[in-house]
Design a protein around this ligand. Structure first.
Ligand code: B12
Ligand code: SF4
Length: 350
């Protein structure tokens, strides 16, 4: 058995590499998590995210994914913004991009750090162990990262379902290393939401049917990032100028009082993505879209969904001068773009 100080050693290395939070837990989740995931899927709250349904058994606990696994090292990276994340919402000619997507794709950034950490763990554990294995994950496998992070003492799942940290508030990315090594575990976090309900009340589309539960089909993050079709009419007005993701439930959390600016320059907003103009984005052809968003998570949604979102935001802007920027999309070959442009023109002219 490894000494308890081994976990401190791992986390010390994690901080040196660039992670801001670190903890170790058993690579098992309680059956209640599997039950909650099952309910979420049975109620169709995953919408079109079939990948959540397809590997539900593996997702419900890491040892279903990898039967020999013993321990999970969960790490967090602070992407705390250095400006008010809700500022853009007061300015309808601006395209609001959620904080996590205002610069580099975090997946690309932290993959190298995770690999280094994994190698370090294997090397340091070698005198105590034999033939152990280790794997790194950054959103690459069916793993429920938030409950694992809570078990590892990084924070707790708030009523908005995301992990809240005492040290960094709402702004943590999560990733894991799984290993067959039996590591000393950290103390799990307790929930500190108390009677607060701020995040539930802040949601523009009422996406929380109950505390700790999200109906993704109503979530602006899902609608603007994951959803491929025409945005349902009932949500269009509430989307406002949010063209990629949404931070409202995260931003209002009182625990952000303790939030800190990210120490990583690549996670601070690129100046041109902090408060970009809708007018500029409405002019992007596919090539310009690809070039401008190279290395950004936004490139993942592709040009069609991007323009769809920009058109909905322009429809909500009440800015007549944006009309010509919508009209050019009205005869586009893609029916989703055509329909979104038609709706935006109607909003601006009636
Ligand atoms: C699918 C997904 C989404 C979906 C669905 C979100 C969701 N809440 O499930 C959509 C597209 C909507 C989404 C949005 C966002 N996401 Co997302 N997403 C994921 C992903 C890939 C899987 C999450 C999952 O398993 N969902 C399934 C449901 C069942 O899980 P759950 O919400 O955790 O459900 C739990 C609770 O409902 C709870 N529960 C149910 N009933 C009850 C009752 C009680 C009493 C209790 C205590 C609990 C409880 O049990 C369930 C299991 O733990 C994870 C990465 C990963 N692999 O984990 C990232 C992840 C959760 N997303 C992340 C981020 C940053 C976001 C956004 C902030 C992005 C943005 N700005 O637009 C928003 C936040 C929206 C929100 N409030 O959740 C981060 C969150 C980091 C953190 N600090 O928690 C993650 C972890 C990615 C990462 N590696 O960093 N996301
Ligand atoms: S806003 Fe309140 S209820 Fe929501 S996560 Fe933060 S503390 Fe919990």
């Amino acid at each position: 058995m490894l000494p308890a100080s081994f976990t401190h050693l791992i986390c010390k290395k994690a901080f040196e590499l660039g992670f801001d939070q670190c903890g170790v837990s058993k690579a098992e989740l309680s059956p209640s998590k599997a039950k909650q995931l099952k309910e979420f899927i049975e109620l169709d709250r995953h919408g079109d995210m079939q990948w959540l349904k397809e590997r539900i058994y593996q997702r419900s606990s890491p040892h279903h994914l990898w039967p020999d696994v013993k321990s999970a090292i969960t790490v967090g990276v602070n992407y705390g913004p250095n400006q008010d994340p809700l500022y853009n919402l007061q300015h309808p000619s601006i395209a609001n991009i959620s904080v996590y997507a205002r610069n580099r794709d975090y997946h690309d950034m932290i993959k190298g750090w995770l690999k280094h950490l994994a190698q370090y763990i294997l090397k340091e554990a070698k005198p105590f162990t034999q033939n152990e294995q280790i794997k790194v994950f950054v959103d690459t496998a069916p793993i429920m990262e938030k409950p694992l992070a809570q078990q590892a003492g990084i924070g707790w799942q708030g009523k908005h379902t995301n992990l809240v940290s005492r040290q960094f508030g709402s702004w943590l990315f999560l990733a894991e290393i799984l290993t067959t090594i039996e590591l000393p575990v950290s103390t799990a976090s307790k929930n500190h939401c108390g009677s607060c309900q701020k995040c539930l009340a802040a949601c523009p589309t009422n996406a929380f049917p109950a505390p700790f539960q999200l109906d993704a089909r109503r979530c602006i993050s899902y609608l603007t990032i994951e959803y491929h079709g025409s945005i349902p009419h009932e949500f269009r007005r509430a989307i406002g100028n949010r063209i990629y993701g949404c931070d409202d439930c995260l931003a209002v959390c009182p625990w952000n009082h303790f939030a800190q600016h990210s120490r990583h320059i690549k996670l601070q907003a690129r100046p041109e993505l902090q408060s970009p103009r809708l007018k500029k984005f409405a002019e992007f052809n596919e090539e310009q879209f690809r070039q401008f968003f190279a290395g950004s998570p936004i490139k993942r949604i592709g040009h069609i969904r991007f323009i769809r979102n920009v058109l909905i935001a322009i429809g909500n802007s009440n800015q007549q001068d944006l009309l010509p920027h919508v009209q050019k999309w009205h005869n586009h070959e893609n029916p989703i773009i055509q329909e979104s442009a038609h709706w935006a023109i109607q909003q601006l002219t009636t």
